[in-house]
Design a protein around this ligand. Structure first.
Ligand SMILES: *Cc1c(COP(=O)(O)O)cnc(C)c1O
Length: 368
């Protein structure tokens, strides 16, 4: 077996007859940044997520950064988030000289635990960034309830969760704004970097649009400090083609997860999907005490796995100055030692996922 963890070429091969002409259209138009393709993508994704505005960005990281800037987060402010996420979520807080304040996660969804939130809110808290980790939404009803009670904003890090929902309401519709990433491996991936802010707030949308264009509304007139955070037209054209297939890809991810759940639940702790939630399985991640041995066993059989995330953010060298130590977030720390993701991409064949499951079962059936 020589299975890739994620094979983006399969997706391209299946769609090349749609994608190639879309790219050619941009190349021939001579309009490479902004323009029609970008504007259409913003409308289409806003429509898909059920919000009024989409502001395209150069990456998911830029989308988060511009959201924070649009909400006025600055030096000395505190931003509450989860230590079990990709670095970008907390990095953007530090770029603005604000301080990330971590809150431990729920042991089953791996999302920020709302019951631990209230005690971390101070008079410096400016906003909360819940992350819909692996494609399952954080408990937005409770989080927004708590934030609302304190007059604090909420930004959803939906980089892994485009298409996920809770109570029939899509990710990015709960907070003041949501941020998507189009990093190639995400559920909706570009041919390079890209991202988008989704929001119902006209104020945030307008501010973010100015910020990502060097703080200018009118060319060469700059009203605020911004940066270059624009999306390329070629990426928008590719994403518009792919958006039409997103629902079917997410359904296939769900079917893969459901297959793995059935055959593996005896051996590992399989992901949960809370009542009323739609998980989109950006990652299919299980917990096992024997994670490293399992990974080695699978690797020898040509079956790749991945660990997201082996080092929680509060233990990262870059955040040493925040003063956290091992033991501060026991749930996060335990999960990061036991978690492992199996190949779950939409184009994996039935035979391949069966081979993955068979090898996992073989490992546990033969353990001493
Ligand atoms: C991918 C990701 C980001 C950053 O997105 P980029 O487009 O790579 O900048 C932020 N947060 C989470 C949770 C992510 O998975």
């Amino acid at each position: 077996m020589d299975l890739p963890f994620l094979d983006l070429t399969r997706q391209y091969r299946a769609l090349s007859s749609e994608i190639d002409p879309a790219i050619a259209r941009v190349v021939e138009s001579g309009r490479y940044i902004g323009g029609e393709e970008v504007a259409r993508l913003e409308e289409e994704l806003a429509g898909y997520c059920g919000v009024r505005f989409g502001v395209s960005m150069a990456s998911g990281t830029d989308a988060l950064l511009a959201c924070l800037m649009a909400m006025g987060v600055c030096e000395g402010d505190e931003v509450i988030t989860t230590p079990f996420t990709f670095i970008a979520t907390a990095e953007v807080v530090c770029i603005l000289k604000a301080k990330p304040v971590f809150v431990d996660i729920e042991p089953d969804t791996f999302n920020i635990d709302p019951s631990r939130l209230e005690s971390k809110i101070s008079d410096r808290t400016k906003c909360i960034i819940p992350v819909h980790i692996f494609g399952h939404m954080a408990d937005m009803e409770r989080i927004c309830g708590i934030a609302g009670g304190h007059g604090i904003g909420v930004i959803e890090d939906a980089a892994q969760a485009v298409g996920a929902s809770m109570g029939g309401k899509q990710a990015c519709r709960f907070g003041e704004a949501g941020a998507l990433s189009f990093f190639p491996s995400k559920n909706l991936g570009a041919f390079g970097d890209g991202g988008m802010i989704l929001t119902d707030s006209e104020t945030i949308a307008k501010k973010a649009a100015v910020i990502k264009d060097h703080g200018s509304e009118k060319r060469y007139h700059h009203s605020v400090v911004g940066f270059n955070g624009r999306l390329d037209a070629i990426q928008a054209a590719v994403l518009r083609v792919k958006l039409k297939h997103l629902e079917s890809w997410n359904e296939r991810r769900r079917a893969n997860a459901s297959y793995y759940n059935d055959v593996l639940k005896k051996y590992v702790s399989v992901p949960v999907e809370r009542d009323g939630c739609r998980h989109v399985y950006h990652q299919y991640s299980v917990l096992t005490d024997r994670r490293d041995k399992l990974c080695g066993f699978l690797r020898e059989r040509g079956i790749p796995t991945a660990v997201y995330y082996p080092v929680p953010l509060h233990l990262q060298e870059v955040f040493k100055g925040l003063g956290y130590k091992k033991g501060d977030f026991p749930v996060t720390e335990e999960v990061s030692e036991k978690v492992v993701s199996l190949p779950c991409f939409p184009e994996i064949t039935d035979e391949e996922r069966e081979a993955v499951a068979k090898a996992v079962i073989e490992f546990f059936e033969n353990e001493d």
